[in-house]
Design a protein around this ligand. Structure first.
Ligand code: HEM
Length: 394
């Protein structure tokens, strides 16, 4: 048997999705460059390789997107996955146009609005509620709507469509028709919004993108639609997953929950980001043959970088399977690295910190009913759809 095939890794396998970390450990040890010929992908799992490959924008291309799903992979991916499916110079132009909007001051200025949304939602929850469906699912998309400039009346519609885009059945290998239809509906909506903002600019992302015309900065209406569509996918469920994971893992580790509830909110967020990252893959296409650890990945191959595995690599993180909210982990690759590094890092952290702070200020403790737990079905995501919770109020 070839080295690359010594371990079997099927990201759609239900046991793997329930707990991928033992498989990642085997991959790192025995098949650091893994090939799954049946599903037609390669995977790298060691921190050093994931980081090096993500930084190697010359030999790895995003031109087909970054998804494992066949429906989202191909030369048209840039139309709905925007910057994530672009190489330079297109990537440089569009990314530099949007980056200026996500500055630290603008993101920090959202804190009061996020706080209000979170408090309003928590005012409504009874002592037993679904932490995901009744709480965290309800605000990250609305925060994005505020930034984008979606009128308040339409927030519910956008939320509904964004949820459909990422909905998957267990074990499915591709995006269902309903998800594709929801993507098209979102794109049509955003096309209309661009027309409205063209006539009546406001202080929002759409108006910002329509207005800028610096050298190399201009983006077309189609490119704006693609970027807004990417935001609804990249900036919504990731935050929901992060918060569900934080709630779940702190519950599983009472001593860490105590530290979190004593005020170590940042540590709680950061360790959750490392321990159970929402984004398990970042796919790329190999532009040329690439040799690593004696194995050659052929040009044209789809290569999955596995941040979830890199974040548990014992060569970088001491005792990596221990959930420890006091740990410092600047080397984690949860948000990627290189030219496609997440644009929403500040926004994600802000929302997570505000939500957890508000929860801790109201509740002294909580319990989770594991019989009602349901994980997100998409292979590339780690998080919960349902997290039944019983809270003890302060
Ligand atoms: C915990 C929450 C989040 C996680 C774990 C996360 C993770 C990631 C990762 C791993 C990438 C790089 C993917 C790759 O290299 O293929 C990425 C890119 C991106 N993220 Fe996030 N993200 C989060 C939240 C957000 C939010 C809130 C936004 C909204 C602004 C956002 C917007 C983006 C965009 C626009 C890109 C593409 C950047 C580019 O291609 O140049 N993300 N994210």
């Amino acid at each position: 048997m070839r080295i690359a095939e010594k371990v079997h890794y099927d990201p759609y396998d239900e046991n793997v999705r329930a707990d991928p970390y033992p498989v990642y450990a085997r991959l790192r040890a025995a098949a650091p460059v893994y090939h799954n010929s049946q599903l037609d992908f390669w995977a790298v799992s060691r921190h050093a390789d994931v980081t090096a490959f993500l930084l190697d924008g010359d030999r790895f291309s995003n031109a087909n997107g970054n998804s494992i799903e066949p429906a989202s992979w191909g030369p048209n991916a840039y139309k709905y996955a925007s910057v994530l499916a672009m190489d330079p110079p297109m990537h440089t132009r569009v990314r530099s146009a949007v980056t200026t909007f996500f500055g630290s001051r603008r993101i920090a200025s959202l804190e009061p609005a996020v706080g209000r949304m979170v408090r309003d939602l928590l005012d409504e929850v009874p002592d037993r509620f679904d932490f995901v469906a009744d709480f965290v699912d309800r605000f990250p998309m609305r925060v994005l709507c505020l930034l984008i400039g979606v009128p308040e009346n339409d927030h519910g519609l956008i939320q509904e469509l964004a949820d459909k885009v990422v909905e998957r059945e267990n074990g499915t290998h591709d995006a269902p028709i309903a998800a594709i239809e929801a993507t098209l509906a979102l794109m049509e909506y955003f096309g209309g919004l661009i027309e409205i903002r063209g006539r009546a600019p406001a202080d929002d992302l759409v108006s910002h993108l329509l207005a800028i015309s610096g050298p190399g900065q201009k983006v077309s209406p189609e490119e704006i639609v693609g970027f807004l569509n990417l935001l609804t996918a990249a900036g919504n469920d990731t935050v929901i997953q992060l918060l569900g994971n934080a709630w779940y893992w702190a519950w599983r580790h009472p001593s860490q929950r105590e530290l979190a509830f004593a005020g170590n909110i940042s540590g709680w967020v950061e360790e959750t980001l490392r321990f159970d990252t929402p984004n398990q893959f970042a796919a790329r296409m190999a532009v040329v043959d690439i040799e690593r650890h004696g194995v050659v990945i052929p040009a044209g191959a789809k290569v999955l970088m596995l941040p979830g595995s890199a974040n548990r690599d014992p060569d970088v993180f001491a005792d990596p399977d221990r959930y420890d909210v006091t740990r410092l982990s600047p080397a984690k690759v949860t948000f990627g690295t290189g030219r496609h590094r997440c644009l929403g890092v500040r926004l994600a952290r802000l929302q997570a910190r505000v939500a957890l702070r508000e929860l801790v200020s109201r509740f002294s403790d909580y319990d989770i009913d594991t019989s009602g737990l349901r994980r997100v079905a998409a292979a590339e995501a780690r998080g919960f759809l349902h997290l039944p919770t019983a809270v003890t109020r302060r």
